[in-house]
Design a binder for this molecule. Sequence first.
Ligand code: SF4
Length: 470
Amino acid sequence: MTTMMNTMNTMNTTLPNAVPNLDPAIESIRAKVLAGQRLTLEDGAVLYETRDIWSVIELAKLVRDRMHPGVAYYNINRHLNYTNVCALSCKFCEFARKQGDEGAYTRDLDYIKEQGHKALESGATEMHIVGGLNPYLPFAYYTEMLSALREIVPQVHLKAFTAVELVHLARIAKVYKRDDTKVGVRWVLERLKEAGLGSLPGGGAEVFDERVHKEAFKSKIGAHEWLDVHLVAHELGLNTNCTMLYGHVDKQDERLRHMEILRRSQDQALHRLGYTGDGDGYIAQGIVESEQISAPVITLSGEGATLPVARLAEPGLHDVPVKSNKDPGSASRATEETNQTAGGYYQTITPLPFFPDGSDLENLPGPTGLENLRTLAITRLMLDNFPHVKAFWIMQSLPMAQVMLEAGADDIDGTVVWYDITKAVGKGTHQETTELDLKRAIEEAGYTPIERDTLYRPVVRSGRDWRVEG
Ligand code: SF4
């Protein structure tokens, strides 16, 4: 018996602790998260470095559940990539072709209209439209595309064009001004909005860092121009979204600065909507020549914070109802609670893992599953004023997107159908899932699935017929 006890004692001393990776450095961060306070870049670095990844995930889930108790979102959508011809050659891009290359395409108006009809038949609430910077297309192509779709599918939300495409449109329309991007982009956005543009998808941000910019996408617009485009869109009442393409030449501290710049930009947007916050403005760390953003720090991740809920940016419609996450069912007029006026804001941040295959950086390994999970959780924690964090199943896979609902995500995107921009190894451009699969993934994760439109308004559906609730 004594021998047996000795053996067990020896085993006990070699067994791992019950919580082997518990990291005391997380505790001060936990206190801030519980109090709804903004995390610093140093906190972000701890979250990246700690071995206690499960605490990072637990904290992100706490915030996500506070902001969206019991629910997760999906939508019925279709993507349209109108051209893959692009004047640029970003190193991480496997999508772009030069005119005349094998596989290069530019969709004509008939093809685009056909896609509109298919969207209608499938009951989609959204068309997500992006493409390359095609130097052979005139500006009229874009307004005609939107107008044609608006006519065929007037109720379908047209979420279209990344910031770099919009700068390209300003160039081909000959309204681009190098010293003030905002002027030309405003001209472009006003016309696109008139033709039917509903919001911006938010791609092309990559990682806001000059070193990364020079190394991986030198010819593409940098952080300043990207932010200017979104600022103008917000001023015009358009909601936008944003992404972070990570896991290529970027480093973790550069990703954190990317998040820092985005949340300062969102402070600015929310302040314009009438939100008040703590303290004075401060310079966003990350872009050397960053202008001071005069908005205070505005967080939406604390207990009882009020999330903005947008209406369509229709001319003359300048009131925005708001919803408190204390009581998800209650909506009140903006003027009553937050004195909100016209203006858009960032709805969603989508972290996108880099896929090396087919790109000029295919020698790189790309991020691992745990890296993806951790990055999504940190994104939720750092971007405390973004209403939504999306696990884009196309790039994360549906099983991983489901796991991410436990790590900070509240949205897994939609049915998609065709997606040319990037794909998991071995898959073609036909990437479609069913509403049933999306709902099942959400339900099995323990949340109630909510079909949303592009602006996160709940959708009531009967087959392909649908309407926005409320
Ligand atoms: S990432 Fe966009 S801008 Fe860059 S090469 Fe690809 S399509 Fe062109």
